[in-house]
Design a protein. Sequence first.
Length: 378
Amino acid sequence: MITAAIVGILIIVVIILVVYNVKINKKIQKFKNINQKITNLQVVQDFMSTIGETSSVDEKIQKINNILIEKYEIKYSTIVVFNGAEYEIKASNVDKKHWDSLKSLQDVDMFKDSIQTAIPKYVTVNNEKERLPYQKMEFGRAKSAIFFPLYIDNVYIGYWIMESGTPHDFDNVDITILEVIKDNIVSVLKTVVHQKTLESIVRTDLFSGLYSEEYLYGEGKKIIDQYTISTMCMFKITNLEEINKTYCRELGNEVITQISNYVKANISQDYVFVRYMGPKFVIAFSGVDTEGVAGFVNDLKTAIENMKITLPEEQEEFTKQSPDSGIEVRNLKEQVATPRLNFVLSSYYKGTGLEEVLKKLEEYLDNADKNESDITNI
């Protein structure tokens, strides 16, 4: 009887312990899930913060890759994007000597089905002596990997591959969590694609030697947004069209060149100066309020409007084809242009719409009387 009672008690204790362990495991799993959700949320927040930074697109993608490596303790992570002509590695913590193979994975048979079906591909080896099939000349670096094809609006744009130096390291990984990460990578790439377009279409103007308007929204904004407040100044050569018609376009081009050179020589390197469009130019006085700019702009305007601009000697005489008289020789030695400028200023605050401020300045100059030559603060 006593033995039976002891056995019964032990059975009850064992049952209680089993139930307790089950509950503890459920709580641990619950906490793990909560912790994973918190990590995912932090990653998303970090991604969004990175998108809002003033760095270049490539710098943003590299930082996002670093976030993935740190938050999810990934050994190797590489993001490859097709740029329209070729595949290029946008971010990776793998030694560059392996990049040729990493940016050619779309040609590897085992990944072609993954790209076509948009389903991730997991590959691994069984022991340390083996190597992954896509590795051509590397043996000891990666022993398991997961390949994720990337799509924007059902259009294949590249892939993300995470690797480990341990065989079967991803056997028990939660693919759904990695899918969320992949979707976040795609969201970032989709968001920054417009910035990349702006960065790639920046041109240098022939006559002024200045960057075009697009520069303001990329590298220019990066400089401007180092400060909380700046002054955006747009000015227009109001009589440029008149100079072109009365004299010649060559003299009008010379006016643009000399004004641009004078402004460049007299402003700080911390300021951004671009040819905005046609006769309009923009100076971004980074970190300076409108009151601090007013005096300088007034002196700048006075100096430029006192210029007497002529063509260089080598352009003083040129030939022009005339439909009536064949070759016509024009002497331009007596042609002198005096520019007339109209300025408008406005404050710009970091984090607000730079394009909206510039649009407001441009609208003012376009709607102003063509004879207006002033400095206006709006």
